[in-house]
Design a protein around this ligand. Structure first.
Ligand code: TPP
Ligand code: MG
Length: 776
C-alpha cells in the first residue's frame, strides 16, 4: 500500500512540475513482496525501474528517499542510490564506506546500481551469480567472509517482458545455463513494452514457453523455469522460496515468469496507456490488479477485516504524503537557502553599480521564481557578474567569491567521482621500476606476461581470468599457457563466444570483491561489449557517487595485424565512450605486466590493449615481475630529440622509433614519446615540456583521422598551454578512414608506415627551412 501510494502520488508530483519524469512500480507489488521474503543478507539484486516495492520491503528504500530521487536531491544521505544523479526508479545500495573501502557485503542486502538500457542488467546479473560459484569453488577464498559465505548468495534479477527480446537477455540465460550459477530471474510480464503488446515481442507470445529448451531435466543441467500469476500471493511465495532454495543450495539458475501483471498508471509519465490499450484490457487490469486481488485473498481467508484494510490504506496514504512533503522540504529548502543568499548578494552589488535597476530586477525575478531550481540561482548570478564586469567594489567581490564557492560545491554535486576518489585510485599507486640488467634473459614478450600471471595467481587468491580460449590453451597468444593446469579451472577459465556477457561476468564478479581479468580475444570484438562497459562499468562510480565500484580489468589485444577485423585500433571510439575507465595502451609486454600490477593495486576499472603483433618479439625479463608497477598517466620518452616531438602509443611506438632513426640519418632529430595510458593522459605535462624544447609536435597513431590522435592533440594543446611554444602548426598522423585491407600490402597502404612518418616530419622541417630541407 505504501508503495502503491508512492506511485500514485509520484505521478502527480511530476504533473505538478515538481519532477521532470516519473516511472513507477504500481501493478507489480505483490510479486516483489514475495521476492523480498526469499532474499537473504549477502544476496544481490540487479533489476530495473519497476522494483520499488521490493526495495521498500527489504527496508533499503524509504518513502522519503524515494521522493528525494524523484526530485533529484543531490544528498547522498537522503538519496543514497545515486545522490540525485539518476532519474527515479534507479535503485542501488551502497557497497562502499565513505572512504571507498568495502563494507561487509554479507551482512547487508545488496542491490547493484540500475541502468536504463533495457536488459543491460542481465550480463551483470550473470556476473553477480558467477561470483558465488567462484567463492564456493576456490578454497583459497573460503577463509574470508566479507563478500561471501561459501558461495551461498543468490543473485536476483528482474526484467520486463518486452525487454527479454534483447540479445543480452538470451546471451545471459544461455551462459547461466552453461555456468550453472545461482541466478534467479523474474520476468515481470504485464503484456506490454510501452505501447507494444507481447505478440510483437516474443515468439508464441510467452517467454517461458520459448525458453522451454533450456529447462533442466533429470539427466541434464539447465534452467528451472517456473510460471506464476502476479496476483496469487500463495503461489508467488511458494515460487520464490523454492527458487531461492534451489539456486542457493545447488547453484541452479531459475527463471520465474510472473504473468498477469498490470500497469495501473500506464508505462510512465510520458503518456497515457488509454492510447493503445483496449477498454476491455483496461477493465481487466483494474479487476486483476494484484493489490485488489490480495485484498480479496486477505478477506476471504479472514486474515483481516475490510475496516482494518481500509485503515491500513488510509494510514499508508497519509504516511506517503507526509514523507513526500518532508522530502520536498529538504530538497527545495536547500535551494531556497542558496537563492536567498544569491538574491541578497546581487541586490547588494546592485546598490553600488551603474546597472542598479536591471540588477535589482534580476534579483527580484529570481526571488519570485516558483519552484526554483539551482540553475535559476546560478544563471542569475552569472548574468549579474557579466553586468558587473566594469565594477570593482566589495559587494561584487562578495558575489564572485560566493559564486566560486558554489562552483566547487556544485562540482561535488554533479561532476565528482568519474574516477575513484579513494586512496586506491590509480594515480596513487607508487611507481616501482622493472629490475632489468645486462644479464636479464631475452624472451618472447608473451612469456613475460605468462610469468606475471603465474606469480599473480599464486599471490592473489581473488585474481582469476576468463575468456574465449583462455583456459585450456592459455589464450590464443599463450600468456596463460599451462596456468589452468597449475591453478585449476576456476582460476583460468574458458568461456563461450559471448563478449557482452564476458564483460558482464567480470562486472558482477568485481562488484563482489573479486579481481577478475575478463578477456576479449581481439580489440575489434570489444564492440560487442562496449555498450555495457559504457552504460554500466565506466559510469558506475559516477552514478552512485562513490557508492559502488567494480575494479574489473578487461584485457584485449589490438592495433595492427591482419585485415578488416583483426587490426582495428578504434581508440577514439573507446576514449569517447569509456570515460570513467583507465585506458592502457602498452607498447610491449613488460609495460603491460607493470600496468596490470598497478591496476591490481588500485580500485579502478581498466581496459588494457596489448600489441597483437608483439607476443613473439623479444624483451628482457625483469626479475621483479609482479612487484614493478608502471605509473598511470606518465608518458615515457623513448628517444630524446630536438626538432620534433612525436607523440604515440602501442604498436606505433616501434614504427615511430624506426622512422626517427631514418630521420636522424637525414639530419632531423625526433623526440619520441609513448603516452602509455590514454586515460589518464599525461598528468604531469611531460609532453608539454618536450614541446617547449622542440617547438614542434606530431600526434601519431593508427586510429582513423580525428580519432585518438585528435584527442591527444586536444589534451596537449588545450590542456598544457603549449600553443605559444609552437613554431609549426601541430599535426596528426593516422590510418586511413577505412578499415585496413588484408595482408602486408593492405597494412602498408592502410596504416601509417615508417615512410609516412619520415615524409610528414620532413615536410614539417622543409616548411621551416626549405634550404636545409629541400622538397623531396
Ligand atoms: C536499449 C533500450 N531501448 C529502448 C528503451 C526505451 N524503453 C524504456 S522502457 C521500454 C519498454 C520496456 O518494456 P518491458 O520490458 O515490458 O518493461 P515494463 O516497462 O513493461 O515493465 C522501452 C522500449 C530503453 N530504455 N533501452
Ligand atoms: Mg512490460
Amino acid at each position: 500500500m505504501l508503495s502503491r501510494h508512492a506511485s500514485l502520488i509520484g505521478r502527480k508530483e511530476v504533473f505538478m512540475g515538481k519532477a521532470k519524469f516519473g516511472i513507477f512500480g504500481d501493478g507489480k507489488e505483490l510479486a516483489q513482496i514475495a521476492m523480498a521474503r526469499a532474499f537473504q543478507l549477502g544476496d544481490f539484486r540487479a533489476g530495473y525501474y519497476r522494483d520499488q516495492t521490493f526495495m521498500m520491503a527489504l527496508g533499503e528504500l524509504n518513502i522519503k528517499a524515494y521522493f528525494a530521487q524523484l526530485y533529484a536531491h543531490t544528498s547522498v544521505e537522503l538519496e543514497p542510490a545515486s545522490a540525485g544523479r539518476l532519474m527515479n526508479g534507479h535503485f542501488a545500495t551502497r557497497s562502499l564506506n565513505k572512504d571507498g573501502s568495502w563494507k561487509e557485503l554479507t551482512a547487508i542486502y545488496n542491490s547493484a546500481s540500475d541502468i536504463s538500457p533495457t536488459a543491460a542488467q542481465m550480463p551483470k546479473l550473470l556476473g553477480l551469480a558467477y561470483a558465488s560459484k567462484i567463492y564456493r569453488k576456490n578454497n583459497w577464498l573460503k577463509s574470508q567472509t566479507q563478500f561471501s559465505k561459501d558461495g551461498n548468495e543468490v543473485a536476483w534479477g528482474t526484467i520486463g517482458n518486452a525487454s527479454t527480446s534483447e540479445g543480452m537477455f538470451f546471451e545471459s540465460i544461455n551462459a547461466a545455463g552453461v555456468l550453472q550459477v545461482p541466478m534467479v530471474v523474474s520476468v515481470w510480464d504485464d503484456a506490454y513494452g510501452i505501447s507494444v503488446p507481447n505478440e510483437f515481442h516474443t515468439t508464441k507470445g510467452s517467454i517461458s514457453e520459448v525458453l522451454e529448451g533450456f529447462s533442466r531435466t533429470d539427466s541434464q543441467a539447465g534452467i528451472e523455469i517456473i510460471r506464476v500469476n502476479g496476483w496469487d500471493y500463495e503461489a508467488l511465495l511458494n515460487a520464490y522460496l523454492k527458487a531461492g532454495e534451489l539456486a542457493r543450495t545447488t547453484h541452479t539458475p531459475v527463471l520465474i515468469h510472473v504473468e498477469e501483471l498490470t500497469q495501473p498508471q500506464g508505462h510512465s509519465t510520458s503518456g497515457s496507456h488509454e492510447r493503445y490499450k483496449s477498454a476491455e484490457r483496461l477493465k481487466w487490469e483494474k479487476d486483476w490488479d494484484c493489490n485488489t486481488k490480495f485484498r480479496e485473498y486477505i478477506l476471504s481467508n479472514k486474515v483481516a477485516t475490510a475496516d482494518q484494510l481500509d485503515q491500513i490504506e488510509a494510514e499508508s496514504k497519509a504516511q506517503v504524503k507526509q514523507e513526500k512533503e518532508a522530502a520536498w522540504a529538504a530538497f527545495s529548502g536547500e535551494i531556497k537557502k542558496e537563492l536567498v543568499v544569491a538574491v541578497s548578494l546581487v541586490t547588494d552589488a546592485a546598490q553600488q553599480s551603474t546597472r542598479k535597476v536591471i540588477l535589482e530586477q534580476m534579483a527580484q525575478e529570481l526571488s519570485n521564481t516558483i519552484n526554483p531550481i539551482r540553475k535559476d540561482v546560478i544563471t542569475t548570478v552569472r548574468k549579474a557578474l557579466i553586468m558587473l564586469r566594469f565594477d570593482s567594489h566589495k559587494a561584487k567581490s562578495k558575489l564572485k567569491n560566493w559564486f566560486e564557492d558554489q562552483g566547487s560545491i556544485n562540482f561535488d554535486r554533479y561532476n565528482s567521482h568519474l574516477y575513484s576518489q579513494s586512496e586506491w585510485n590509480v594515480l596513487a599507486v607508487e611507481e616501482i621500476k622493472p629490475a632489468i640488467d645486462d644479464k636479464s634473459p631475452l624472451v618472447d614478450g608473451r612469456e613475460i606476461l605468462q610469468s606475471f600471471f603465474d606469480k599473480t595467481l599464486e599471490s592473489n587468491p581473488a585474481f582469476f581470468a576468463f575468456g574465449e580460449d583462455v583456459g585450456k590453451i592459455g589464450d590464443v597468444n599463450q600468456a596463460f599457457a599451462g596456468l589452468q593446469a597449475k591453478y585449476g579451472e576456476n582460476r583460468v577459465q574458458d568461456t563461450g563466444i559471448r563478449e557482452c556477457t564476458i564483460i558482464g561476468q567480470g562486472i558482477g564478479a568485481a562488484l563482489r570483491g573479486l579481481r577478475p581479468i575478463a578477456e576479449i580475444q581481439y580489440l575489434d570484438y570489444l564492440l560487442y561489449g562496449i555498450q555495457l562497459l559504457s552504460d554500466d562499468l565506466a559510469c558506475l562510480q559516477y552514478r552512485t557517487k562513490g557508492g559502488q565500484k567494480a575494479p574489473l580489468i578487461v584485457r584485449t589485444r589490438g592495433h595492427r595485424l591482419e585485415g578488416v577485423w583483426h587490426s582495428g585500433s578504434p581508440m577514439g571510439m573507446i576514449l569517447s565512450s569509456l570515460r570513467g575507465m583507465v585506458i592502457c595502451v602498452p607498447r610491449n609486454m613488460t609495460q603491460a605486466a607493470g600496468m596490470y600490477a598497478t591496476l591490481l593495486k588500485s580500485d579502478e576499472p581498466a581496459l588494457v590493449i596489448e600489441c597483437l603483433n608483439g607476443y613473439r618479439l623479444k624483451e628482457q625479463m625483469p626479475s621483479n615481475l609482479g612487484e614493478f608497477t608502471v605509473p598511470m598517466g606518465k608518458p615515457d620518452i623513448l628517444r630524446a630529440g630536438k626538432d620534433i616531438t612525436i607523440v604515440t602509443y602501442g604498436s606505433m611506438c616501434r614504427v615511430v622509433l624506426d622512422a626517427a632513426m631514418e630521420l636522424a640519418e637525414i639530419g632531423i632529430s625526433i623526440e619520441v614519446i609513448d603516452v602509455q595510458t590514454l586515460l589518464p593522459f599525461d598528468v604531469h605535462g611531460v609532453i608539454g615540456e618536450s614541446i617547449k624544447r622542440t617547438n614542434r609536435v606530431i600526434f601519431a597513431d593508427e586510429d582513423v583521422p580525428g580519432g585518438a590522435s585528435a584527442f591527444m592533440m586536444q589534451q596537449v594543446i588545450e590542456g598544457q598551454n603549449v600553443f605559444k611554444h609552437l613554431d609549426s602548426e601541430p599535426q596528426t598522423i593516422a590510418a586511413k578512414a577505412h578499415r585496413p585491407a588484408y595482408s602486408s600490402d593492405g597494412d602498408y597502404f592502410s596504416k601509417p608506415s615508417v615512410e609516412d612518418i619520415v615524409e610528414q616530419a620532413y615536410a614539417m622541417m622543409h616548411e621551416t627551412d626549405p634550404k636545409k630541407y629541400p622538397a623531396i
